[in-house]
Each structure stands twice: as C-alpha cells, then as structure tokens.
Design a protein around this ligand. Structure first.
Ligand code: C2O
Ligand code: CU
Ligand code: CU
Length: 478
C-alpha cells in the first residue's frame, strides 16, 4: 500500500467511523493487516563501572520515527528517536545517570517511583538547559520494581512526554534475583509501554489540546506499545512476565485478553505483591505500572489478543510459537511491612476544589484543575512533612471526571478505596492511584529519609494535561 492509498483509506475510515479526535485534523490510522509489526523491545542500559560508581549515559535528542508506513513523525527520544532504553538498577548500587540535553530547549527527567533525594528527583526544579548535562546521582535504595523516567518541566510535561521522552527503570534486588520468575529481558520478561497518539496527514503527531480536552484529558485515537502500532510478540509456551506501564498522557486502560484468559498480577508500582493475584482484567491510570505473569504452557501455536476494554480496541497480539520446558511461578513473592494506620486523617487533598462536588466551572482549566483550591506555584511549599512519621492521607476526587494522584519520593499503602475494601491487587506499595469521579482513597505513607527543607518533591494528578494546568503541589521532608 503506498502512501496515497494509505491516506485515502485512512480518511475514508475516519469519515466512516467518526473516530477522529475532536478539535483537530487527525487522520485515523487504519488497522490494515492486523498486528503485522514486531514489537520493539527497548534496549537495556547497564551501567559502566567507573571507580565504583555505575555510569549511565542518556542523550535526550530529536529524531524522526516511522510509526505508519511511508510517513515520518518528528519525535523526541533518549539515545534514539522515540522512547528510551530501559535503565537497569540493582538495589544498593551507587549510580550516576548522566542526562545530556540535545533537544535545543530545556527539559527535566524525573525518575518516577525512585526513592531518591529531592535534588536528584528530576522534578520541575532540576531543569536541564539545552546543551547541558544533569547528573542524577544516588544510591539505589528500594525493592525490586518497575519504575520509569519522563520529563517534568513546569507546564510542558504533557508535550514533552507526547513527543516521546519516556523509558523504564527496572530495579532488581536479592529477592527478585532469587525468585523463580521469568527473567530473560525481551524474551519472557517483556516491557509494554502503552500509549495513545493521533497523527496529522503529514505524519506529525496531532497534539493541540483544546480547553475541553485539557479538562477531560487528551486522548489519541491510535494505540501503540513500545512505539509500535499493531504489534505482535512471539513467546514460548511457558510463563511470560509483562511489565506494563500506562505511559499515556490521560487515557486509562482496562487490560484483558480477548479470550478472557486469566493472568497473575505479581507486582504493583514499587514492589512485588505478597502473592500473585489472579485477574482477568486490570485497570491502569496514567503513570501506573503492573507486572503480570501469563501462563502460556498449554497454548503452543495459539494466539492471544491483548485488549483495552475501555475503548474496545485491540492493542497487541501474543503468538505462542515455540515449545518450552514446563514452568511454574512461586506462590509467595515477598513479605511486605504493613504500616500501622493512624486513627485520624493527617492530610486531605481535594482534587478540583475544596467545596462540594463539581466546583465552579467559571475559571477554565487552570481555575478548576487545582488541589485544595490551589494551583502549582514553584515558589510555594504546600506541605511540610516530618520524616519517619506514619501519616494517613485522604485524597478526594471532587469532580465528575477521572483523576489520579501520584507522590514523588515515597510509596504508599492503600487503606480504603471509597470507604470500602482495597482490591487484592492494590494491596502493595504504590506511588500512583486512580480515583474515579466523585470517589476517594485513603492511604498510609511514611517519608523515611532525605530530609531537605529547601528542595521540594511534587505530588500531582498524573493526567498530564491536568498536571500542566496546575493540579500539582510541593512538599518538603524535614
Ligand atoms: Cu511521573 Cu511527577 O511524575
Ligand atoms: Cu514521579
Ligand atoms: Cu486529573
């Protein structure tokens, strides 16, 4: 199919289905031959030992990426044109992650989920000017997990992530090394960065959110995994682990196999679950991660389709192409400490407004998208949090739209979801939590170290258009 045919077909499909994003001239990407593109596995970046410190070199750069045959999309990437390598870290290692900005404009790179000092966090304050290098130096100080990195420049996070800057950070520890889990990266331990995009006819990303799209969260009409549209991945007939990141700006996904096949969730954002939790569907809001294991032992020569139940779209085909030795996974994964729940709520965060449901619609996105009625101000510390104290936080979504809540630096344990029980697959350590319209969550959280009265960390809604519109605040640990 040449480009002209492609465009003609795409435009016909768009007219026929009304699936173009509102407010733009997006072309709808025809599915064509379904799942014809091999899944790309991001390279792994292992550090280079220089005098006992592991050096990781990351160049933030512009490029062009072909997502659609015959079209070239201007993109940003890390050590490549789109997305970036998977940074592999071992708990306890001393690391220097050297970010060199070749983008021609300022950005930052935040380690989402990383438990590091505030001035190494890569948040809004650690600006990397064009043609400079910023070094995030720390001792890895957390359990095995799947984290990620992405820009966090004030007011520009959504655009910079949309351009393509994001990658995974995989932390390993002695427990994850010892557990009998699938560990061969890209073979039975497969990262899945799920994103949505829209395209202009010239191949460029169509991203110019209207005020309405900022309020509702911008959503693209085309889905990609690891930067590939219509991907398939070949696996062996055994247990296969997927590390899933919702790397979209605003879209939530409810992942499921089209066949209804069950799978085991083994980890939340920041740690293993105590034991695998069997699920047939899994919801991730933007920024959330989950590790799942799927047993394909009896599926040789079969195919499974990974779907998003929210949009009804098919995301990826898994082809079980090769026989393998029988495999099992452990029934116990880790013992998690359980923080004692304080009797009363320590802090309350109202997403949207401090008043009742709805709030005022008058102020436009930046007037509405606040936390406790306040917009992010880099000069204001909103919360001062004493180190080592276990606190109970309540976050209330006061609006009739989706929000979530993410805290830098630390990991929390849900205590209740909308006044009720916490689902088994959320009973681990998390750094981002989905709060449906009108609902609330309570969690216990403890800042365990990195006292710094000057450098703040951030908390925010991880719907990136909301974050950029001001739905973010700052805290220091003292
Ligand atoms: Cu992934 Cu402050 O963000
Ligand atoms: Cu973060
Ligand atoms: Cu939000």
């Amino acid at each position: 199919m040449n480009r002209r045919q492609f465009l003609t077909r795409s435009i016909m499909v768009a007219l026929g289905t009304g699936l173009t994003a509102c407010g733009g001239s997006s072309i709808f990407v025809d599915k064509g031959v379904p799942f014809k593109n091999p899944l790309i596995i991001p390279d792994e970046l292992q550090g280079t030992d220089v005098g006992g410190r592991l050096q990781y070199d990351i160049n933030l750069q512009k490029g062009n990426t072909t997502f659609i045959d015959g079209l070239s999309t201007p993109t940003w990437g890390a050590n490549g044109s789109y997305l970036g390598p998977t940074i592999r870290l071992q708990n306890g290692a001393n690391v220097d992650i050297n970010f060199t900005n070749k983008l021609g404009e300022s950005t930052t790179v935040h380690g989402h989920g990383m438990h590091v000092p505030a001035n190494m966090d890569g948040g809004a304050h650690q600006v990397i000017a064009a043609n400079t290098t910023w070094i995030s130096s720390y001792t890895v100080n957390q359990d095995a997990c799947t984290n990620w990195y992405h820009p966090h420049l004030m007011g520009k996070t959504a655009q910079h992530v949309m351009n393509g800057l994001a990658g995974l950070i995989i932390v390993d520890d002695s427990n994850s090394d010892a557990l009998n889990l699938p560990k061969t990266y890209g073979v039975d331990n497969i990262p899945l960065i799920v994103q949505d995009r829209s395209f202009n006819a010239d191949g460029s990303f169509n991203y110019a959110p209207s005020n309405m799209q900022i309020m509702q969260g911008w959503k693209g009409d085309t889905f990609m995994v690891n930067g590939v549209i219509d991907p398939y991945v070949d696996v062996e007939a055994k247990h296969v682990r997927f590390r899933i990141l919702n790397g979209s700006n605003s879209r939530l996904y409810t992942f499921a196999f089209a066949s209804g096949k069950a799978f085991q969730q083994i980890a939340t954002e920041n740690a293993f679950l105590e034991s695998p939790v069997e699920l047939t569907q899994l919801t991730l809001s933007p920024g959330e991660r989950a590790e799942i294991v799927v047993d394909f032992s009896s599926d040789l020569a079969k195919e499974e389709i990974l779907k998003d139940l929210r949009s009804g779209k098919e995301l990826m085909k898994v082809k079980v192409v090769k026989a393998a030795q029988p495999s099992t996974i452990p029934s116990g994964l880790v013992t998690l400490p359980r923080l004692a729940t304080p009797k009363t709520v320590t802090r309350t965060f109202y997403l949207g407004s401090t008043g009742g449901m709805g709030g005022g619609m008058g102020g436009g996105p930046s007037g509405m998208l606040t936390i406790n009625g306040k917009s992010m101000n880099m000069a204001v510390i909103n919360e001062t949090i004493p180190v080592n104290t276990v606190e109970l936080w309540e976050v209330r979504n006061n609006m009739m739209m989706d929000h979530n809540f993410h805290i830098h630096a630390t990991h929390f344990q849900l205590v209740s979801r909308n006044g009720g029980a916490v689902p088994a697959n959320e009973q681990g350590f998390k750094d981002t939590v989905y709060i449906p319209p009108g609902e609330s969550v309570q969690f216990v959280v403890q800042m365990t170290d990195y006292i710094d009265a000057i450098s703040p960390y951030m908390y925010h809604c991880h719907i990136l258009e909301h974050e950029d519109a001001g739905m973010m605040g700052q805290f220091v640990v003292v």
